[in-house]
Design a protein around this ligand. Structure first.
Ligand code: SAM
Length: 185
């Protein structure tokens, strides 16, 4: 049963949708983001951690999602983006200002890495400048922004909606699936 579930999950993982998390500090937020990434069918999450602080997961919130994800740590956004660009990804950074594209008009059927920012500061200015695109979840209330883990959910599930609606087949490479199967079983 477990082996069957693992195979089914791996078949549905997206090869071309990655989440990048820049300096999100609160363990509750990181945990909820990892749980959401797994639920939306992502395999790869990159953590940008310039101070080498690591990240702390609260298992009650992540429900162990981190075990099923490939989490890569990078010391800088520059190194992270270089590695993603080598694999053909566009970089879409979340931004609240600077005429970002509403997520409902953004094309998530391409190979896209979505960048989320720090709870207080948002995505660093220098990181925004290195990104290809800027995206926003349109807001119509009094508050300026959403909690970062809520934003992760809205963006990743919009990306999944678009990908399913377009009939996109974007699996992980076969060798990676085999490697994950060996690790998970
Ligand atoms: N003052 C910060 C700013 O200007 O970015 C607010 C940071 S917000 C609390 C933390 C993160 O949540 C943001 O960096 C972004 O990744 C995500 N976020 C929050 N609201 C968002 C929105 N409406 N659209 C896209 N991302 C959002």
């Amino acid at each position: 049963m477990r082996a069957f579930k693992i195979e089914e999950v791996l078949k549905k993982r997206w090869g071309g949708l990655v989440l990048v998390v820049e300096e999100v500090k609160n363990p509750h937020n990181i945990s909820a983001i990892l749980r959401t990434a797994d639920a939306a069918g992502l395999q790869h999450v990159c953590i940008i951690d310039p101070l080498g602080e690591g990240f702390h997961v609260n298992e009650a919130i992540s429900t162990g999602a981190e075990k099923w994800l490939t989490v890569e740590k990078h010391y800088s956004a520059k190194l992270c983006f270089e590695s993603l660009r080598e694999k053909g990804f566009r970089i879409a950074a979340t931004a609240l200002e600077g005429a970002p594209t509403p997520i409902y008009q953004y094309d998530f059927t391409r190979r896209v890495a979505v960048v989320l920012g720090n709870e207080k500061r948002g995505v660093r200015k220098s990181t925004l400048e290195m990104a290809d695109d800027r995206i926003i979840i349109p807001m119509r209330g009094m508050v300026q922004s959403l909690n970062v883990s809520v934003a992760a959910g809205i963006i990743l599930f919009e990306a999944m909606r678009q990908r399913l609606a377009s009939g996109l087949k974007d699996p992980l490479p076969e060798e990676e699936v085999e490697e994950l199967l060996r690790r998970w079983k």
